[in-house]
Design a protein. Structure first.
Length: 303
């Protein structure tokens, strides 16, 4: 089954068009990344999925349920962790999670609440009032609130923004476990190394449009390529390889960074070096990463 189906969604605020015909299909069980610079439309799209705003055109379904015409069922299947720290200062952590359970008509949910708190290192804060928690602990409670009704689809909007390393590790360990158990996870983040490590597929938004959509491996292959770094003990780089040299070609006189688009090109490059009488002292193949791809896409160099 498709977890989230987004069909030609448009949304404007006055004259500003935040979403310009966005279409995406996120399959059940995926760990999906939604990336883009500030103002790209990520939060608007998430708000549309969550039913917090209505699209001007197009449709969104969560687990087959339309977020407008079948809102109640769509919302039951969705857990959203927002960017903002929104909380009720009059309740303890446990009371907050029990109240959230009640919103979904779930009674006697303490066993799952205890498990969620334990996995997010909140157990020793269970009876602490929300207003007495640090920012990082409040963010953990937001994650717990999103998971309290065991939603099959989890949306994380910048969940680790401004939090410490311990929370990041705790969160990703728990979210990875839920994904392995079949939950669909949609992540937006400015920490591209997190997306590269966690996500199976990625969509990149720019000015309200999807400008790249592929598997992580597909993006790494298709958009950026790799670099072959060679240090020549003797000889010179032949003219036939000059067009492959990156801008940072000389960290010292005999070190060259050569663009490689496919693994098979490495042997061809080494053969040309041998023919030119160059001797390779050191060699390293450096893979492109998601940051390289992101910058290329946002600068319009890759389609």
């Amino acid at each position: 089954m498709t977890a989230i189906q987004i069909n030609n969604v448009e949304k404007s605020y006055g004259r500003f068009k935040a979403l310009k015909g966005v279409s995406l299909t996120i399959e059940e069980g995926e760990f999906f990344g939604l990336l883009g610079p500030n103002g790209a439309g990520k939060t608007t799209l998430i708000s549309t999925i969550a039913g917090l705003i209505r699209a001007d055109a197009g449709s969104v379904q969560v687990m087959g349920h339309d977020v407008v015409t079948d809102f109640r069922e769509a919302r039951r299947r969705l857990g959203v962790v927002p960017q903002e720290l929104v909380f009720d200062p009059f309740f303890t952590v446990r009371e907050t999670l029990r109240l959230q359970s009640g919103y979904f008509g779930i009674k006697n949910n303490d066993k799952w609440i205890d498990e969620v708190m334990e996995n997010l290192d909140l157990t020793n804060k269970a009876d602490v009032n929300m207003r007495a928690l640090s920012g990082g602990m409040k963010r953990r409670v937001l994650v717990a609130q999103a998971l309290v009704h065991k939603p099959p689809v989890i949306v994380l909007d910048e969940p680790t923004a401004g939090v410490d390393v311990e929370l990041r590790q705790t969160l990703w360990k728990f979210i990875s476990r839920l994904n392995r158990e079949g939950h669909t996870v949609v992540l937006t983040t400015h920490y591209l190394e997190e997306a590269e490590a966690m996500c199976q597929r990625v969509a990149m938004l720019k000015l309200g449009k999807v400008v790249a959509l592929d598997s992580m491996q597909g993006l790494l292959r298709r958009v950026s390529g790799s670099q072959l770094i060679v240090h020549l003990g003797s000889g010179k780089l032949p003219d036939s390889l000059r067009h492959l040299v990156s801008h940072d070609e000389h960290s010292n006189g005999n070190r060259y960074c050569l663009r490689v688009n496919a693994p098979g090109e490495v042997e061809s490059i080494l053969a040309r070096l041998r023919e030119a009488g160059a001797v390779v002292d050191e060699m390293q193949l450096q893979q492109a990463d998601l940051e390289d791809i992101f910058l290329q896409v946002m600068e319009g160099e890759a389609q």
